[in-house]
Design a protein around this ligand. Structure first.
Ligand code: IPD
Ligand code: CA
Ligand code: CA
Ligand code: CA
Length: 271
């Protein structure tokens, strides 16, 4: 089955999960707890997880699903997967709890360790970003669909570099990574996927995440950014890895950026 034949169904699944998250968010009545990795999870994360898992199992019973909220699957089992759904039911749990509205639902399909389909649905704006390998990246909003692309930056381009940062992030911790001769502007939005999509649609030039990132955080963004002509890599400027022992033991730190961004000149690599 070709991805383009079921992309609308995958978007519908993300939309249904997103509606559930929005309902819970608007009611403001949710439970929260701290997971063993010291990060928060809410009843909205779990409700979205259940909707997506059940719907994907019905859509493609033969394809295994890996979700952030059920990721404890032994490498010896998953290393044999040729294809799998990679899900983050709610990206931006911290934003959800803080009430900023900046969160999204992520579904990706990984084939031979590379994401080939990516969907990022934004419950509060009802915007959907999606991409299919070789077929481009798109944004659906208000019943319209447009193809998106990252901003091209020329070598002599002296326009400000627009950096995507979270509301809860110290902007200086990001700005200090960039060459101080470059003027930086901030574009503030929450969640790893949303910031990556900002780069994909040319509203930001870069997003840098200093800290461990799960493969569910980047799976959909990977293909959306790439199909939009942008770049998404680890901090050593190597490709992100999926379903490899290395990335499970040492989660990627990530940089996302416009094409032609001269990383080696502007990024002060962290050790
Ligand atoms: C997190 C968010 C956050 C990013 C973290 C992610 P979660 O995902 O995307 O913005 O900085 O790296 O883990 O836990 O809210 O799904
Ligand atoms: Ca989480
Ligand atoms: Ca996430
Ligand atoms: Ca999550």
């Amino acid at each position: 089955m070709k991805p383009e034949s079921y992309i609308d169904q995958v978007i519908d699944i993300a939309t249904e999960a997103g509606k559930k998250i929005r309902d819970i968010y608007q009611l403001g009545d949710f439970e929260r707890e701290i997971k063993s990795d010291n990060t928060p999870v809410t009843s909205a994360d779990i409700a979205a997880h259940n909707i997506i898992i059940n719907a994907l199992k019905e859509l493609t019973p033969e394809i295994p699903v890996l979700s952030e909220e059920d990721a404890d699957i032994a490498f010896s089992e998953r290393c044999n997967w040729q294809r799998y759904w990679l899900v983050d039911p709610l990206d931006g749990t911290g934003e959800f709890i803080a009430g900023s509205g900046d969160f999204s639902v992520i579904i990706a399909l990984v084939e031979h360790n590379r994401p080939i389909v990516g969907v990022v649905y934004v419950p509060m704006t009802e915007v959907c970003y999606y991409a299919i390998a070789g077929l481009g990246a798109y944004k659906r909003a208000n019943g319209n669909e447009v193809r998106i692309s990252s901003r091209q930056i020329g070598h002599d381009d002296d326009s400000p570099l627009r950096l995507a940062v979270s509301r809860r992030q110290d902007p200086q911790s990001v700005i200090k990574l960039f060459n101080q001769n470059k003027h930086c502007e901030l574009v503030v939005l929450g969640g790893a996927a949303l910031k990556s999509c900002l780069v994909a649609e040319g509203r930001a030039d870069s997003y840098v995440r200093i800290g461990p990132t799960g493969e569910w955080d980047t799976g959909a963004a990977q293909i959306i950014v790439e199909e939009a002509g942008g770049q998404i890599m680890d901090l050593t400027l190597q490709p992100l890895s999926y379903n490899e022992r290395e990335s499970l033991e040492n989660p990627n730190f990530i940089v996302v950026g416009s094409p032609n961004l001269a990383w080696d000149e502007i990024l002060i690599a962290e050790s």
